[in-house]
Design a protein around this ligand. Structure first.
Ligand SMILES: C[S@@+](CC[C@H](N)C(=O)[O-])C[C@H]1O[C@@H](n2cnc3c(N)ncnc32)[C@H](O)[C@@H]1O
Length: 358
């Protein structure tokens, strides 16, 4: 017991030191809140094994029982595997890493160019999640937390993470000054392709704005769906001018300025256990938003209902019961014979085969 409180105290101290290192006003509200939560439970898991992580004795790492260690930097855990760290440092993320502040400052310009209001659009995005108070929500690629505030406002517990620490730091500053309760917020650094959570941990998951450039979209979407419980909801969106607008000046101008608008909603990358799939276009048709609920396995069929009509049979018979082909003449004769008796071809053939086998 004494040992535990010493660990906690050391962790607290190291987080305060970290906070002081980069922020002149010492520990900020969110830093303090995240620190309090960490004292109770870290709430994070190893991205490799999905085991719960605990605070190291010196308070500078989150550690798994298997010995994996992740640094806590400035109060925010970095839960990247080695490969993920390469990805975070790679060219693909250079812009967000080196120009996080520029991205944030210019964000509303895009909304204004599209003649839309940013806050209204982010509310619309939040609506797709259908949040109930207390829902646990994962926000992947949260960037500078421009959506996060909307989730918190609806009473959700929010885990907001991004592969680039620089973006999360700006997001934390934004939420510090936003009039919103951040006591139910956890910030972290992680890769969408290797999330630091066990299966079915969340009620809902959300990502907006970076999907087109994720290195393996199918794998990332599967990983996001993995951490959502069956019946939970996933909302994913990014640039992609709707196909019906492709040849309009609106579409051509957007694609000319930013080739990302060429992307189409990657509906083929949604996992087969998705249910109630829908796709919407927002911002005047320039961004797709895919919405689905997490189910189990492939959709089911009743395989044994017989089709009415001349051909007959059921899905099971037609799909699993296929025999070798016969000559077209013999086939036509069989069809005629079945019609003369007023039964389906499948019934006629089944009877003929049974007789031949008896
Ligand atoms: C265009 S920004 C959008 C940020 C925010 N969602 C918004 O709507 O303002 C895309 C974000 O995705 C993040 N990102 C890119 N690849 C990622 C990955 N593999 N895992 C997690 N985040 C990633 C980037 O760092 C960046 O913050």
């Amino acid at each position: 017991m004494a040992m535990r409180s010493r660990h906690r105290a050391t962790f607290l101290l190291s987080m305060e030191r970290a906070g002081r290192g980069c922020r002149p006003d010492h520990a900020t509200r969110i830093l303090a809140e995240q620190k309090d939560q960490f004292m109770k439970e870290t709430g994070f898991f190893c991205p490799r094994t999905h085991e719960p992580l605990v605070i190291s004795a010196d308070g500078r790492f989150l550690e798994s029982p298997a010995g994996d260690r992740y640094p806590v930097i400035d109060g925010i855990p970095s839960l990247l595997l080695a490969a993920g760290q390469d990805e975070a440092r790679g060219d693909r993320n250079k812009y967000y890493r080196e120009r996080a502040a520029e991205y944030d400052a210019g964000n509303d310009v895009m909304f204004r160019m599209l003649l839309c209001e940013e806050e209204q659009t982010r509310e619309q995005l939040t609506d797709f999640l259908e949040i109930a108070r207390g829902d646990r929500i994962l926000e992947v690629g949260c960037g500078t937390c421009r959506d996060t505030r909307h989730f918190l406002k609806r009473g959700a517990q929010v885990y907001a993470g991004d592969i680039n620490r620089e973006m999360v730091h700006i997001g934390r500053d934004r939420l510090e000054t936003a009039e919103v309760d951040t006591s139910a917020l956890k910030l972290f650094v992680a890769d969408a392709g290797k999330l630091p959570f066990p299966d079915g941990f969340f009620d809902r998951a959300f990502h907006f704005g970076g999907l087109n450039l994720f290195p393996d979209i199918r794998a990332s979407v599967a990983e996001i769906a993995r951490v959502v419980k069956p019946g939970g909801r996933v909302v994913l969106g990014d640039e992609g001018v709707g196909a019906w607008l492709g040849e309009t000046e609106f579409g051509k101008i957007l694609k000319n300025s930013n080739p990302l608008f060429h992307h189409q909603a990657p509906l083929d990358k949604i996992p087969t256990h998705a249910r109630n799939v829908s796709c919407h276009w927002i911002l005047n048709g320039s961004f797709y938003v895919m919405v689905f609920d997490v189910g189990t396995g492939e959709p089911q069929l009743d395989l044994d209902i017989e089709f009415p009509g001349w051909r007959g049979g059921s899905h099971r018979k037609r799909y699993f019961g296929r025999l070798e082909g016969v000559s077209p003449e013999l086939r036509d004769q069989a069809v005629k014979a079945a019609a003369a008796e007023g039964i389906s071809v499948v019934s006629w053939l089944e009877r003929a085969l049974r007789r031949a086998l008896d």
